[in-house]
Ligand binder design. Structure first.
Ligand SMILES: Nc1ncnc2c1ncn2[C@@H]1O[C@H](COS(=O)(=O)NC(=O)[C@@H](N)CS)[C@@H](O)[C@H]1O
Length: 439
């Protein structure tokens, strides 16, 4: 992308309304624009990151055997009356009426809708297990939206829903998602610790929140420090192995870890002091097993091996891709701006032309830019006439992992500079070597 033709509304000064670093940096880096309380437009740079995060989430959902669908944002109130949640859900639900005065709502979650889809087609245990997921915008009229997209009113969620013939099989579905979550957050460069959690309006009696430790996190959490060194389930994990996944989940729930609501102080105090960790955390994922809570009232049943019809056992599994953009910045930034993990950075490499209009630097930059694009890199070419200092500041602010800096003096000696954003190390190399560096 040529910066001269892009739309990157960088803010020079720090917006005063932003209280946490991720909110400040997302506004300054031209990633989002607030349209009303808790509701944002995603501008080009922010959308690139949001889409890359969603793709990592999608890949790991698919790896676990979940199947992607897309359900609508606007839902019928009738569905929610069947489960009894229409009134119970409270003020967070945005209730709307259509032109025929039918009661609708902007979906805060999709348990009822996906159960309706399931019951319309699946009648036999032979069609189970099944896990359907989508990545769709939600609306929750939070009483106090804050911290930018960290706690928005309209936000993006991956929500998956599992259907099984009995509790034992549903537990394996839960373990599949648990394992997929460990892989997902690790790929995003985050250490997310699964913690026993409250089930709240979703319901059920088994739930874990996946918490990223961050000083600006909204949750107060307590856990055993050894979790920080646990290794992530491998890419070739066998998601069909009941015992294998049980082993992973047992290991990742073997030590103490709980959110404030579930904190068991005596159990925590029993941990050796040097292994106690109490911190603030950001909830990036939350998974639930809730049995027949929705299938029973909504008549989602299958015929079992014994020929009897019985309601299916379900679970739901949420991840917040829009919240993850903010969480990643909280976990990766410095005084110059954002430091993205390579996998989801908005661009892989930035080519900085320190003297746009100079034949030599223009030629070298065009050659570098064309070569990077040809090799499939997401390259950003700063071909603007901004001063070098401004170019360095922009590239550092938006957090592109690599910079190739081309200036007239260096070029006269046949050199360009490669800079690694994380850590800041720099290297003077020939133009050929720079072309070669990015395979
Ligand atoms: N107001 C919000 N702003 C941004 N992300 C949010 C917000 N509320 C929830 N999330 C994200 O969405 C994830 C799932 O939300 S949840 O309420 O815990 N779970 C559900 O809604 C279940 N239906 C899971 S399918 C959370 O872990 C969090 O990462």
């Amino acid at each position: 992308m040529r910066l001269s033709r892009y739309f990157l509304p960088i803010l020079r000064d720090t917006p005063k309304e932003a209280e946490i670093v991720s909110h400040r940096l997302m506004l300054r880096a031209g990633m989002i624009r607030q349209q009303s309380a808790g509701i944002y437009s995603w501008l080009p740079l922010g959308l690139r990151v949001l889409n890359k995060i969603s793709n990592v989430v999608r890949e790991e959902q698919n790896r676990s055997g979940a199947i992607e669908i897309l359900m609508p944002t606007v839902q019928s109130a009738d569905l929610w009356r069947e489960s009894g949640r229409y009134d119970a859900y409270g003020k967070e639900m945005l209730r709307i009426k259509d032109r025929h005065d039918r009661e609708m709502l902007y979906g805060p979650t999709n348990e009822e809708m996906v159960t309706d889809i399931f019951r319309s087609y699946v009648k036999s245990y032979k069609d189970l297990p099944l896990n359907l997921y989508h990545i769709q915008w939600k609306f929750r009229d939070e009483v106090r939206p804050r911290f930018g997209v960290m706690r928005g009113r309209e936000f993006l969620m991956k929500d998956a829903y599992s259907f099984d013939v009995d509790q034992e099989s549903a537990r394996h579905a839960y373990n599949r998602m648990f394992t997929a979550y460990l892989r997902t957050f690790a790929r995003l460069g985050l250490k997310a610790i699964p913690m026993r959690a409250d089930t709240g309006p979703i319901g059920g009696d088994l739930s874990h929140e996946f918490i990223v430790l961050a000083s600006t996190g909204e949750s107060e959490v307590f856990c055993h420090k050894d979790y920080l060194d646990f290794e992530t389930p491998a890419v070739d994990t066998d998601f069909d192995s009941v015992e294998g996944l049980k082993g992973i989940v047992d290991k990742w729930t073997s030590l103490y870890a709980a959110t404030e609501e579930m904190h068991d102080k005596p159990a925590y105090d029993a941990i050796p002091a040097d292994k106690q960790l109490s911190a603030r955390g950001i909830e990036v994922g939350h998974i639930f097993y809730f049995g027949t809570k929705y299938s029973e009232p909504m008549g989602a049943t299958v015929q079992g091996p014994d020929g009897q019809n019985a309601p299916v056992h379900m679970g739901s599994y949420g991840i917040g891709p829009s919240r993850l953009v903010a969480a990643l910045i909280e976990a990766g930034h410095d005084d110059a701006g954002i430091v993205w993990p390579d996998e989801i950075a908005p661009f892989d490499v930035a080519v900085l032309n320190l003297k746009a209009g100079d034949a030599a630097t223009d030629g070298a930059c065009e050659q570098l830019y064309a070569s990077l694009l040809a090799k499939g890199y997401d390259a950003l070419y700063d071909d603007t006439d901004a001063r070098p200092g401004g170019k360095f500041a922009t590239a550092d602010l938006i957090g592109v992992p690599w910079q190739i800096i081309v200036g007239p003096k260096g070029l006269a000696e046949g050199k360009v500079e490669i800079k690694r954003r994380a850590g800041g190390e720099r290297e003077l190399v020939s133009l050929e070597a720079a072309l070669d560096r990015f395979k």
